[in-house]
Write a protein that binds this ligand. Structure first.
Ligand code: G6P
Length: 483
């Protein structure tokens, strides 16, 4: 299970990401630990313990709000999970997390330049918080550890750590798209970001397109020469490569047999009585194309009246970044749109869209994956999208159809799904009809192929490949030094 070929057994693995797998949240006046949402936390949390890794990340709460013995209590609980929380001030959370991360990098890297805020104040906070993370990592890591930094919040950290530990093994993986050069160049601090990333020995992305975009930016903006995915910068060879992230396949495949899940399936079937169920699950985020999806469902019902009272769209939107204006606006838009569609098509006894604005338990989520005839996953832009993979992995009988946006990284691996352009409403309508009317043998044939692929290239294999490539680049660096 654990193998890092060529890396010494004594190397400890240190994960660093903005989110820990658990977030401290305040509910009904007191603090609780809650599993974090989103691809990174759900994807990595299933195996970091098996790697005996420790994890450094933000606690989720402002340091002004949790103090003294209460903070110590949570530090202790998190430490028992091998997690080391970073406490940020309220103003750093505002300017770094809600600010530069989610008002600058997130929209720009997802091709929303009009939503992107360029502010020096937010940039300064980004630098400062990356320095804070550097200090925190330095407290728990040693020079011969392997430091694996994750995602767009910490793109300056590789170089900050390199300055402090010149010989360290540092890797970086970006969980969101790396945009094309024409988009990336819009960022005033584009060179600083590139130089920050180049502090790593290995830089990983989900797809080859993102690798290509990164290499083009590095050569156009800072003149880095590259050949076959190797960059030479400051006398170091750096590897840039694609590693499409997998899921914990067995966890989803096994869940269908779990008595609790079976019970939940019965319960939901008893409530949602229509013949067909279409499922949509995302964090509530403008990159996910949720309004476009709802409009397509509206048009589908208009064009296919025979499906009225026979179909339900279960729309799960997990609350996310609720302090950021664009997310508030989107929430209001969705509330209105769902109301409009239900008012327009609904009848006594039939609600076309079941709208759940909350985080679901694993049991309910897997039960929904199992029942759904169709998963409608239509992001406008998505680094990978693990929901698409989880849906297929959960389908033990291989029935069900995945409709997937070509703008999601996952579309590169799940070519047997019905692939659509999320901006083409008519195409989504046709895809829905095609999915609902697809012969069972064809569903099974398509899903079997995808399931086998997901089973083979699961999250452990993904991490092992990443580690192998990291040890390979360290070896090349050593050989070059000897010469
Ligand atoms: C995406 C990002 C993750 C992030 C997650 C949830 O999947 O790639 O880094 O953790 O969204 O967003 P949040 O802002 O709640 O951490």
């Amino acid at each position: 299970f654990i193998k890092y070929d060529n890396l010494k057994d004594v190397n400890k693995l240190v994960f660093v990401s903005n989110r820990l797998p658990f977030t401290i949240v305040k509910r009904k006046g007191s603090f609780h630990l809650q599993p974090s949402a989103g691809g990174l936390a759900t994807g990595l949390s299933s195996f970091y313990k098996a790697y005996q890794a420790i994890w450094v990340g933000w606690s989720g709460v402002a340091k002004e709000k949790i103090k003294g013995s209460e903070r110590e209590k949570f530090e202790k609980r998190l430490k028992a999970e091998n997690c080391y929380p970073v406490f940020l001030s309220q103003s750093d959370i505002e300017n770094f997390y809600h600010g530069f991360c989610n008002k600058t990098i997130w929209p720009l890297f997802h091709y929303f330049p009009l939503y992107t805020v360029h502010s020096k104040r937010l940039w300064e906070a980004y630098k400062r918080v990356n320095e804070i993370f550097c200090d925190e990592v330095a407290k728990v890591a040693q020079e011969d550890d392997i430091i694996w930094i994750h995602d767009y919040h910490l793109m300056l950290l590789p170089q900050f750590l390199r300055d402090r530990f010149p010989e360290a093994t540092i890797a970086f993986f970006l969980h969101i798209p790396f945009p094309s050069f024409e988009i990336f160049r819009l960022l005033p601090w584009r060179r600083e970001i590139l130089r920050g990333l180049l502090g790593a020995d290995l830089i990983g992305f989900h797809t080859y397109d993102y690798v290509r975009h990164f290499l083009e930016s590095a050569s156009s903006l800072i003149g880095c020469e590259h050949s076959f995915g190797h960059i030479t910068a400051e006398n170091r060879v750096i590897r840039v490569d694609a590693f499409p992230m997998g899921i914990d396949y067995q966890r989803f495949a096994r869940a269908a047999k779990n008595p609790k899940v079976k019970q939940e399936i019965q319960r939901i079937r008893h409530i949602v009585k229509t013949r067909n169920m279409v499922l949509s699950v995302d964090r509530l985020d403008y990159t996910k194309g949720i309004p476009q999806r709802l409009e397509a469902f509206d048009l589908f019902l208009e064009k296919n009246p025979k499906y009225k009272e026979k179909i339900t769209l279960v729309l799960v939107a997990v609350p996310s970044r609720t302090n950021v204006e664009q997310y508030k606006l989107l929430k209001a838009e969705l509330d209105e749109l769902v109301g409009k569609i239900n008012g327009k098509h609904g009848t006594i006894g039939w609600i076309p869209v079941w709208y759940l604005y909350r985080c679901l338990s694993f049991t309910s989520l897997v039960a929904l994956y199992n029942i759904a005839d169709v998963a409608l996953i239509t992001p406008l832009r998505d680094g990978m999208n693990l929901i698409a993979k989880e849906f297929i992995a959960s389908k033990m009988d291989d029935r069900g159809v995945l409709i997937l946006s070509e703008m999601a990284g996952a579309a590169k691996e799940l070519g047997e799904a019905i692939i659509i352009n999320p901006n083409n409403k008519e195409r989504i309508v046709n895809a829905l009809k095609e999915a609902l009317e697809m012969k069972e043998e064809e569903q099974i044939e398509r899903n079997k192929i995808m399931r086998r692929r997901l089973q083979r290239y699961n999250v452990v294999r993904w991490a092992n490949d990443f580690m192998d490539r990291l040890s390979y680049v360290k070896k090349i660096q050593q050989e070059l030094l000897v010469r």
